[in-house]
Design a protein around this ligand. Sequence first.
Ligand code: 13P
Length: 251
Amino acid sequence: MTIFAANWKMHHGPAGARELVRSVLARVRPREDRKLLFFPPAVSLAAVAEEVKGRHDAAAGAQNVYWEPKGAYTGEVSAALAAEAGATWALAGHSERRHKFGETDEETGKKVRAALAANLAPMLCVGEKLDERETGRTEGVVVRQLAAGLDGLDSGALGRVTIAYEPVWAIGTGVNATPRDAAAVHRTIRRWLSERSPAGTRHRILYGGSVSAANAESLLAEHELDGVLVGGASLDAESWIGIVSTPRPER
Ligand code: 13P
């Protein structure tokens, strides 16, 4: 199964979101080995959820949730509210949440738990900054983020979590990690998860960071990648259809 996840960030209101999902799904046949996820802005969740209804190969997700179930938290959206709007997935700890909004490892962990409690499938985002890579700290950073996000979850809950490895220096820069470098970090993540799960569990680990129709095939040739999380290149139908049509080599 390959997961193609579109993170639209702060783009596409309800009307544009509906139109984009409709035109993509009209041209992309359902396939058992492919899942399409759309992460629109919160205001467009309900519209996207309506459009994916009836397509078992497509789902809507929240880009961010707050960990409290309800209350006086002006401007926030709880996991339960996102679920009510039709989300079945939620990102947690996206690089922009961490680095533009100061979200801590601990807060990210609370968001993963809140998503699970609301029956949303969490996608925990992890990834190192450029200076961390250049000073050999990639593995340490990623493992620290995994531990803060997931420690204490039982193997059942862990099995419901998807990881997106998104090196910060590759996001929105046009410079993607090489397939080999991405796969190496995926192996570190997989090892960490396997040590906490029943033998034989296959955890889903996606790569994100400047994925495009031009590089998706070489990235997805790595069996370590269970899919891609895409920002800029998921914003228009042509480019997104190009990415989700990427062939994968036989295993
Ligand atoms: P880009 O694909 O625009 O680099 O963004 C990646 C990302 O942050 C997806 O969550």
